[in-house]
Write a protein that binds this ligand. Structure first.
Ligand code: CP
Ligand code: NVA
Length: 308
């Protein structure tokens, strides 16, 4: 291994609020220049190669990282876990060391969080967490950018989560500590946030309120956020639908939030399950801005990891 640890992007909790803010500021600046058609002149990652390892499906993460890397002048390699020797038992450590000899950074989507961390421990180039069962940091960078575009600074504001306390929620918890906003979490007891995550947040002084009542959580909220009821790797579909139906984001729940509250969802969404079509496709929904902002956030993350 190398003496200094590469500039990994593994979890929001690993960073100071100032560092995350700097990544968002650079993302927003690149977004502004792209809108003005100035991207042709902006190639800070020329000659850099990103390996993208997907052990699970993806639309947004895959396309946004690929386009981000290309627009910044770099190139990408798409790798599927099952098509690598990793899928035949080559160790993650050996995989990390080999890939580090070829590429400048590795992005990985894999359910097992410890495998992602092990890859980072052995890699001699930056590793980016593109979703594990535990967290989804890149998504929440795009989400904070999106919230602020619509509602101004997130510091001191209130975000409400209604649904499964999953990987996306975990990164919202990390963000609440680092960006200094209040996070109200409504989830069924059986699908509540891990105690260790909440203990971490409390120790960091984050303002996290936990309830089983969706209406209590959205009271005073500037944004109402949810995610699918069945995440990748979840097989207990019927059980989850029964538990999560009271957490559906619908017109009645949105009416209990602030009158100008926005609706957020990382996508893919399931109309009629975690959100009604009325809210998903209605005027308060910013879900496609979130999807777009994955591209801009990835640029900020890539530029930070690669020191550009
Ligand atoms: N939100 C998100 O990560 O979407 P994909 O699974 O399509 O990448
Ligand atoms: N919670 C979802 C997010 C998908 C982007 C999942 O893990 O499948």
């Amino acid at each position: 291994g190398t003496a200094t640890r590469p500039r990994h992007f593994l979890d929001l909790k690993d960073f100071s609020g100032e560092d995350l803010r700097a990544v968002l500021t650079s993302a927003a600046a690149m977004k502004g220049r792209r809108r003005k058609g100035e991207i042709a002149a902006e190639r800070p990652l020329t000659g850099k190669m990103l390996a993208m390892v997907f052990d699970r499906p993806s639309t947004r993460t895959r396309v946004s990282f690929d386009v981000a890397m290309r627009e910044l002048g770099g190139e990408t390699l798409m790798l599927t876990g099952s098509e690598m020797q990793l899928g035949r038992g080559e160790t993650v450590g050996d995989t990390a060391r080999v890939l580090s000899r070829y590429v400048d950074a590795i992005m990985i989507r894999i359910l097992d969080h410890d495998t992602m961390l092990e890859l980072a421990d052995f890699a001699e180039v930056p590793v980016i967490n593109a979703l594990t069962k535990v967290s989804h940091p890149c998504q929440i960078m795009a989400d904070v950018l999106t919230f602020e575009e619509h509602r101004g600074p997130i510091q001191g504001r209130t975000i409400a989560w209604s649904g499964d306390a999953n990987n996306v929620l975990a990164s919202w918890v990390h963000a609440a500590a680092r960006f200094d906003f209040t996070l109200n979490i409504a989830a069924p007891l059986e699908l509540s946030a891990p105690p260790s995550l909440l203990a971490w947040a409390r120790a960091e002084g984050a303002r996290i309120n936990v309830t089983t009542d969706a209406f209590e959580a959205v009271d005073g909220a500037d944004a109402v956020v949810t995610d699918c009821w069945v995440s990748m790797g979840d097989d207990d579909e019927h059980y989850r639908h029964n538990l999560l139906s009271p957490y559906q984001v619908n017109a009645k729940l949105m009416a209990a939030a602030k009158t100008d509250a926005i609706f957020m969802h990382c996508l893919p969404a399931h109309r009629g399950e975690e959100v009604t079509a009325e809210i998903m496709d209605g005027p308060r929904s910013v879900v496609f801005d979130e999807a777009e902002n994955r591209l801009h956030a990835q640029k900020g993350i890539l530029a930070w990891c690669l020191g550009a």
